[in-house]
Design a protein around this ligand. Structure first.
Ligand code: FCB
Length: 443
């Protein structure tokens, strides 16, 4: 099983990588990490499938050297990882030296293997002590985040190829405060409107601090999901437009045009923090690159029985991944070209996550994940077409290096290029790992 494209089909300086995130792989019980809101969310009945937690995860805290050996063996150019705020600052404020030491060793280990480190500062492990103070509802959290960002970068920034502030603001704000699916599991429009703004203030404060400290190549990672109207009736088209607004337009419009979409502001009327307009100029300061996470599309119907935004996702007709997500590579091409055309211009875009869950099984020590090989193949073709159409896409990271803790879904869905046996922590590269190795030239 191979991909139809190879490294040589992409621009010379195109980066191929794989991505992970701290809470999903490290093991939050090791190394003096403090409790994060994910620990408390997972410890609360009904929030996470099978009551799974990130306490041990893939034990990457102890096995990072072997995991990075796999990255090198696959021939990857770059490794995208995150640092855990709760590990670096267990109470949200004071530094845990053991935590910083771990990331120092990790940074060295990445560089020693010839990999370019792509750091993400916030991939969702908010210290519980800051959640106590209101988390992302509290504007002060943005300043605390800037302090944390400076602390991490002061220690490992010298070795970082690039730094992203926030992973997926939509998930941090909407999924976690409106839909209640991720920590802190709230369902409240006022909390949501505040989080939708404060997360961008956090990005801005951290970026300002890191720039002042001389750190180069600063960006942010947004997730995008194509919003397909469930039918061609006008109400469904309008509902899909609202979905596109809060999901796909809100953050990128603020970051590049210093404004929020009017249709979403209308829905948030009365709930935005006072004076939010005064932050927009700073939020719109240029970024060096944009990270794009893309997985699927949704099919959106008007739902007159529910409050604004009065919409509901309905099942669609396309083939689906193990999590029931429709496979829609055209959406990736669509976003890469749309972003460059409407928002980011010549600013480099990097696909920072793309991949699929599948109920993989090991047989005779092998995982033949042909569905995943086909998924990656189709999405790499979409990237290739976007580049041909003029989008300045500079890299592609598969999600994920390892099977890992898939948040509210626990350990059930497997997204890895490498299979993880959670009993023994044995790693087994899948056919998709081998397909990358062949395409990009690992040994
Ligand atoms: C993204 C997250 C990542 C992973 C994938 C499947 O939203 O950034 O941590 O859970 O989805």
């Amino acid at each position: 099983m191979t991909f139809s494209l190879r490294r040589s089909d992409f621009p010379d300086d195109f980066i191929f990588g794989a991505a992970t995130a701290a809470y999903q792989i490290e093991g939050a019980s090791f190394g003096g990490a403090g409790p994060s809101h994910w620990d408390t969310f997972a410890a609360t009945p009904g929030n996470v499938r099978n009551a799974d937690t990130g306490a041990v995860a893939c034990d990457h805290y102890h096995r990072y050297a072997d995991d990075l050996d796999l990255m090198r063996a696959g021939g990857f150019d770059a490794y995208r990882f995150s640092t855990s705020w709760a590990r670096v600052m267990p109470d949200g404020v004071s530094v845990n030296p053991e935590g910083l030491d771990f990331y120092d060793r990790l940074a060295d280990a990445i560089v020693e293997r010839g990999l370019k480190p792509y750091l993400t500062l916030y991939h969702w492990d908010l210290p519980a002590a800051l959640a106590d103070l209101g988390g992302w509802r509290n504007r002060d959290t943005a300043s605390r985040f800037a302090d944390y960002a400076q602390t991490v970068v002061a220690r490992i920034g010298d070795r970082m190829e690039s730094v992203a502030t926030i992973n997926e603001p939509w998930c941090v704000a909407w999924l976690s405060h409106f839909l209640g699916i991720h920590a802190p599991g709230m369902r409240d429009i006022r909390a949501t409107a505040r989080a939708m703004h404060h997360i961008l203030v956090a990005h801005t404060r951290a970026t300002e601090a890191l720039r002042a400290a001389g750190q180069k190549n600063l960006g942010i990672v947004l997730n995008f999901e194509h919003a397909n109207p469930a039918s061609d009736i006008e109400e469904d088209i309008a509902a899909a437009r609202r979905q596109d607004g809060h999901y796909n337009r809100w953050f990128i419009q603020a970051l590049t045009q210093k404004s929020y979409p009017e249709d979403i502001l209308e829905g948030f009327a009365g709930h935005m923090p006072d004076g939010y307009e005064n932050d927009l100029d700073a939020i719109g300061a240029p970024i060096d690159w944009l990270g794009v996470n893309y997985y699927t599309r949704s099919n959106i119907a008007h739902d007159p029985a529910s409050a604004w935004p009065s919409l509901k996702p309905v099942p669609g007709p396309l083939p689906k991944t193990g999590l029931g997500w429709e496979i829609y590579p055209e959406g990736l091409h669509g976003f890469l070209t749309r972003l460059a055309r409407d928002y980011t211009g010549e600013t480099p875009i990097i696909v920072t996550e793309n991949g699929m869950a599948w109920p993989d099984t090991i047989e005779n020590g092998r995982v033949d994940d042909s569905e995943r090989v086909a998924y990656f193949d189709a999405h790499l073709q979409a990237v290739h077409r976007a580049i041909a159409d003029g989008a300045p896409v500079k890299g592609y990271f598969g999600w994920s290096l390892l099977d890992n803790y898939e948040w509210a879904e626990g350990y059930a869905p497997r997204f890895g290029l490498v299979h993880v046996d959670y009993e023994t922590q044995l790693r087994t590269p899948k056919a998709s790992f081998e397909a990358f190795r062949q395409a990009i030239g690992g040994n």
